[in-house]
Design a protein around this ligand. Structure first.
Ligand SMILES: Cc1cc2nc3c(=O)[nH]c(=O)nc-3n(C[C@H](O)[C@H](O)[C@H](O)COP(=O)(O)OP(=O)(O)OC[C@H]3O[C@@H](n4cnc5c(N)ncnc54)[C@H](O)[C@@H]3O)c2cc1C
Length: 413
């Protein structure tokens, strides 16, 4: 039986580990934390998952929360003008496929337990860089899926593919209970409110450890009013501060969140992410290589909610490559081809996310969003591109394509 080691028990690592167990591989996962520690720890993400990624989980039998996790049926985008105290523009559009968020504490803890129940082996510790050669020597293949953990530095930064060398946004995320609806269909949608000097307030529904909740993610511009989390407040104080910001910068969200409370002691997360693409393979010497996966080698700012979707795609793509390899060696060239195959989809996600971070926004992006505020067809296309950003390639990502699309919309009027 072929032996595979996976370092890191996140979305990518556990999805791949469970897939390999189902395919009859002997799999060892190195996990920093036990399932209980994950479940009782702090939130890690907002983990909005779109149709294609959910379909991958479902195909692998990992969709354990379909009866419980709320489905967000649409998307609302608002641009708010604080000076005018009115929305500058707003659109809503429906998602063509289901969109859900299951707290990674719940999901990853359950997947870790499932992996062990299915005969997977887990070593509970934080793997050091100095251990990797030993692990690689004992296994036919070693995959590093440690997210933004320190081991990612083994994989050299790919300067050509990395547009930024520092974070573009500050992040603050709160899981809240007691959020009230305004009696609008969009109460159940994923919603973004953008304010030029501040950044974006993003709201979604989710299933967390204690049941359903709402999540508020604040993507702040550096130096702006949303950039105020340096003291890393406890969840109560952090959420109180965030709700006061909503009062000024997203008053309709303030109405919903005015009585909100943190869901639990781990309900707040703060940080900032440098979007980075790394080389997919690290050489350890003596011809030994390890293969990087998902955030360990391609990390995005969460403004577009893509990282966990990317991780699901990476796990599915690597599983397919490993199984197709049969009994042949998982050597360096095979690893490079495996990463290159994954990059075919990841590149569109990364380019889309980088584009949405750009300040000032590209002229054609501004014009396309203005078109989306006026034309339901453009709003619908923009909304559903999140599920697979490949669709953006020929219009949002390409100024000439944008012109063609704008002309097409104008003709349809
Ligand atoms: C605030 C925020 C909001 C987000 N919102 C979304 C969203 O809405 N939608 C979306 O798709 N993505 C979102 N993301 C991104 C998404 O959470 C990640 O991209 C995704 O979880 C990456 O999966 P992964 O398996 O690569 O890494 P991770 O999920 O980070 O898992 C890596 C695991 O490896 C472990 N580890 C690290 N180092 C070691 C070590 N040395 N030894 C052993 N274990 C180790 C870690 O503890 C962790 O368990 C968000 C991220 C943030 C920060």
């Amino acid at each position: 039986m072929r032996r595979v080691a996976i370092i890191g028990a996140g979305q990518a690592g556990l999805q791949l580990a469970l897939g390999l167990r189902s395919a009859g591989y002997e799999v060892t996962v190195v996990s920093e934390r036990t399932a209980e520690e994950v479940r009782g720890g702090g939130v890690m993400s907002t983990q909005l998952m779109f149709g294609p990624a959910l379909a991958l989980e479902r195909a692998a039998g990992l969709n354990l929360w379909d009866d419980l996790a709320p489905v967000m049926r649409g998307f609302e985008m608002t641009q708010w003008d604080p000076a005018a105290e009115a929305p500058r523009s707003r659109f809503t559009a429906s998602f063509d496929e289901e969109v859900r968020s299951v707290d990674q504490r719940l999901k990853l803890a359950a997947w870790l337990e499932l992996f062990e129940a299915r005969g997977g082996r887990v070593e509970y510790r934080s793997a050091g860089a100095d251990e990797l050669a030993g692990i690689a020597g004992r296994h036919d293949l070693t995959v590093v899926a440690t997210g933004r953990g320190a081991l990612s530095s083994l994989f050299g930064r790919d300067a050509e593919r990395s547009a930024y060398d520092r974070p573009q946004r500050t992040l603050a995320c709160f899981y809240a209970s007691g959020v009230e609806g305004r009696g609008a269909a969009s109460d159940a949608y994923a919603r973004v409110t953008g304010v030029p000097p501040a950044g974006d307030a993003i709201v979604m529904r989710a299933l967390t450890v204690g049941g359903r909740c709402d999540i508020l993610l604040i993507e702040g511009k550096f130096g702006g009013p949303y950039d105020c989390w340096g003291d890393r407040p406890a969840p109560e104080e952090g959420l109180r501060r965030a709700v006061e910001l909503l009062r000024v910068y997203a008053p309709w969200e303030y109405e919903r969140f005015a009585k909100a409370e943190p869901t639990d002691a781990g309900a707040a997360l703060y940080g900032a992410i440098t979007p980075t693409v790394r080389h997919g393979v690290a050489e350890l010497g003596d011809g030994q290589c390890v293969l990087g996966m998902a955030d360990a080698v391609v990390v995005n700012d969460p403004i577009t909610g893509q990282g966990a979707n990317n991780a699901a795609r990476a796990a599915a793509s690597y599983l397919d490559a490993i199984v197709r390899r049969g009994d042949l060696s998982f050597d360096g060239p095979w690893m490079r081809r495996t990463f290159a195959e994954y990059w075919k989809s990841a590149q569109h996600v990364h380019a889309f996310t980088d584009l949405m971070l750009r300040q000032p926004p590209a002229d054609h992006v501004v014009r396309l969003l203005e078109a989306a505020f006026e034309h339901p067809a453009a709003a619908h296309r923009f909304t559903n591109g999140y599920a697979d950003p490949l669709d953006y390639r020929d219009w949002l990502m390409d100024p000439a394509g944008a012109e063609r699309y704008l002309a097409e919309i104008a003709r349809a009027d």
